[in-house]
Design a protein around this ligand. Sequence first.
Ligand code: C2E
Ligand code: MG
Ligand code: MG
Ligand code: MG
Length: 292
Amino acid sequence: AAKTNGRAQCHFYTSDLRTRHETNETLTAQISAGLQRGEFVPYFQPQVDGRSGALVGLEALVRWCHPERGVLTPYHFLDAARENGLLEALDEQITLAAVTALKEWRMQGLVVPQVSINISAQRLTKSMLGKELAAMVTDAGLSIDSIGLEILESAMIESGSVEMIETVRQLSNAGFKLELDDFGTGHASIANLRHFKVNRIKIDRSFIKDIHLHTDLSKITAAMIGLAHSLRIDALGEGVETPEERLILNALGVDHIQGFGVARPMPKDEVEGWIRRTQTKRVLPPRPAMTG
Ligand code: C2E
Ligand code: MG
Ligand code: MG
Ligand code: MG
């Protein structure tokens, strides 16, 4: 049975519908139609200071509000979109929607320091990417450094050409905050830190999951945080689910955390409520100390 979350275009179904067999061709045609109908939207997942819980940014994560299958995660369509040349159009829609959302939040006075967008390898092959993105962000009246660009190190390796590094350098020079996603899982992790200015590494969840139970994980993570800090780069822990994981990361000096233990990715209206509920206390001045 389907239940709605109150948003007309998004229906939530139980997961068994996912097992329905579909040919790749059907899926591709559906993605294409979905792009035209605006069914792809960003959800937003909070990124917070590990100690204070203060919001430092939101990551935009694409979701497909499929008319029959409900809300689908990238697992269900991203590879098909990539293989059939539809990823660029999809990414452009998500980027525009995320930038527009940030503009609205700024106008409402909602404090969202940054929005991060996932940049695919394909987009990095476009030499005009920096100019186009910068124009989109400034047209929205936003400063370029309010946008983080998350780049997978696997993206850098796959097509890690001189041109691609040049494009990333242009993005950096334009003022975008560059972030290395899934850090530690590829082979180019450390090499990439030399080629352009990186603002943040996002330590992959494979190092974070059950970090409190495995000293090797905590030692490797400590080394990654130390490496980042020695280069004046922030370190974020990805996929933090439990208070135990959060506690260790804080002890290791991680700057930011993101994960279900903080909040799940949420639709735009829901994340607004989350920010109002969890962040208002933090903007009030501290209580005067009790005397006596
Ligand atoms: P990512 O950029 O590494 O994003 C983090 C993924 O981990 C997200 O999955 C998020 O929902 C999930 N996650 C967050 N916290 C937790 C947690 O505590 N536990 C667990 N188990 N998972 C957690 P999602 O949204 O399914 O996205 C998967 C990947 O798809 C992303 O990985 C990113 O590489 C890609 N992606 C997402 N949105 C876009 C987009 O708009 N464009 C492009 N090109 N790629 C995207
Ligand atoms: Mg990401
Ligand atoms: Mg990641
Ligand atoms: Mg990851």
